[in-house]
Design a protein around this ligand. Structure first.
Ligand code: PHE
Length: 355
């Protein structure tokens, strides 16, 4: 029996006997990571003859498959077990009277939405809202999104019917359409809210928050967009100077389109915003496409303007030093007690937003 085969047997035993997720993750990285046993074994292929290679690769692949199946099953079991243990340990009887009076806290995302609304209201933006359940027209078609655009795929969008006509909005941009269709220009609005995409890992959750901005008037140009966003970022992070760059990008509903990054650096494990040589993407923006204006009954020969979409959760993480996006939505009272805000401490520009 080769060393590799011995190691595989040992790893299988370890997976079978493993009882907690962190140990399981350790085993997984010993197997599947870049320097894990599978990749290390594959590297040996280079020194073999063509004939030998075939069998050798096949045997690694079959071990890999066997281990991944075992691993997937075990992680499900361990996860189920941990959830049940946690639910039992943290069980509370909500029918019992409260022994001490505790004041609730405002969630960091709500706080940040209040802060952002406050900053934009200072320069004349009003707040609009739209529903989470949207139709395909507002979410895609009116926004000039072609029929075959990848964002429309079932894998990315949560559709609510077979015909793919109603869906959970994938961005706050449909509020642009709703706002323009129900009024007359000029428009100067922001629209915060929940958005949904079929995506889940450490930096993505299926539900997340965005804030849309729309300013349509006569003679609005890219300079106004830059000035507006620069003002916003400085106010939001409460800094004097901010390093920020516009990168050319593409969105079907804006032309030209850009993504905005802000500069940051890490010092003593803390993130310092506005300076340094690292870049972090925080929003998408651009000049509203004439087709979108036409779809919304606005004459593109008379009116033009800009739009932007900001990822709110990401801004909250940055400003308040929260590392894991998923913790935002776990509804853990202890977490909220730590990161939440005093309900009476409403953010205002003159008092300082976060104090
Ligand atoms: N809706 C875009 C997104 O979700 C962001 C965006 C909004 C870009 C407005 C340009 C203009 O990624």
């Amino acid at each position: 029996m080769s060393e590799f085969e011995k190691k595989i047997i040992e790893l299988k035993e370890r997976i079978i006997n493993c009882e907690n997720l962190s140990e399981l993750n350790k085993i997984s990285s010993e197997i599947f990571s870049k320097n894990g046993i599978i990749n290390t074994e594959f590297k040996k292929l280079g020194s073999l003859s063509t004939d030998e290679r075939k069998n050798f690769a096949a045997s690694i692949n079959s071990s890999k498959k066997e281990l991944s199946e075992l691993f997937a099953k075990k992680s499900n079991d361990v996860l189920d077990k941990e959830i049940i243990e946690r639910v039992n340990k943290e069980k509370i009887d909500v029918t019992l009277p409260e022994k001490e009076f505790k004041i609730g806290k405002v969630h960091p995302v709500s706080q940040v939405i209040d802060e952002i609304s406050c900053i934009f209201s200072e320069i004349g933006f009003s707040v609009e809202e739209g529903p989470d359940v949207e139709n395909e027209y507002n979410n895609f078609t009116a926004l000039n999104t072609p029929e075959n655009h990848p964002a429309k795929d079932m894998h990315d969008t949560f559709y609510l019917d077979q015909e793919m006509k109603t869906l959970l909005r994938t961005h706050t941009s449909p509020v642009q359409v709703r706002t323009m269709l129900k009024g007359k220009p000029p428009f100067k609005i922001i629209a915060p809210g929940r958005t949904y995409r079929s995506d889940s890992d450490q930096t993505h959750t299926p539900m997340f928050h965005q804030l849309e901005g729309l300013h349509i008037d006569k003679d609005i140009n890219m300079g106004h967009l830059k000035g507006c966003l620069n003002y916003f970022i400085k106010e939001f992070f409460e800094v004097e100077k901010i390093k920020m760059r516009f990168r050319p990008s593409h969105f079907p509903f804006t032309e030209p389109s850009a993504e905005v990054d802000i500069g940051y650096r890490i010092e003593n494990n803390k993130i310092i915003i506005g300076e340094g040589d690292k870049w972090l993407e925080i929003l998408g923006c651009g000049m509203v496409h004439p087709n979108v204006l036409k779809n919304c009954k606005v004459d593109p020969n008379k009116f033009q303007g800009f739009a932007f979409g900001i990822g709110i959760d990401r801004l909250a993480m940055l400003k308040y030093g929260i590392n894991d996006l998923r913790s935002f939505f776990e509804c853990d009272y202890r977490w909220l007690n730590h990161y939440g805000f005093d309900p009476l401490d409403v953010p205002t520009n003159y008092r300082g937003l976060s104090r």
